[in-house]
Design a protein around this ligand. Structure first.
Ligand SMILES: [Zn+2]
Length: 130
């Protein structure tokens, strides 16, 4: 059980960590990467604190573990559905947020599948390279 003071500190840290996810909605972050970003200029948060904030954000459904590579877990925003368009000539990527869709209800109805994130990848040629 957290004391009131600890809870307030955690809430502030949780907001700082959550803000990084919101500012970079199409990016996954490991705890170490979050730590690098937060402590870029000065040591303001310990790894343990970042880890606790991430754990809380997972518990509240704000983020989820999207991949596990070399024993490192990466996290990204939940319910963040998007389309990424990649130009096959210059490699430029553009992201478009997908909202107002009922894909999660469809998946639940037909496959009993709980949607965490929907990402559609489109490959083609961008305006500049046409
Ligand atoms: Zn291009």
């Amino acid at each position: 059980m957290l004391t009131l003071k600890e809870d307030k500190i955690l809430s502030k840290n949780k907001r700082i960590v959550y803000e990084i996810f919101n500012l970079n909605p199409f990016t996954t972050f490991s705890v170490n990467r979050l730590l690098e970003i937060i402590n870029k200029d000065a040591q303001v948060m310990s790894k343990r604190t970042v880890f606790r904030a991430v754990k809380k954000l997972i518990e509240t459904g704000k983020i989820y573990c999207s991949e596990m590579k070399n024993r490192t877990r990466s996290f990204e925003l939940s319910k963040n559905n998007y389309c990424v368009m990649t130009c096959e000539i210059c490699g430029e990527k553009n992201f478009v947020k997908i909202s107002d869709n009922n894909i999660d209800q469809i998946l639940m109805a037909y496959y009993d599948f709980s949607l965490k994130r929907l990402a559609i990848e489109v490959r083609g040629v961008c305006e500049k390279c046409c």
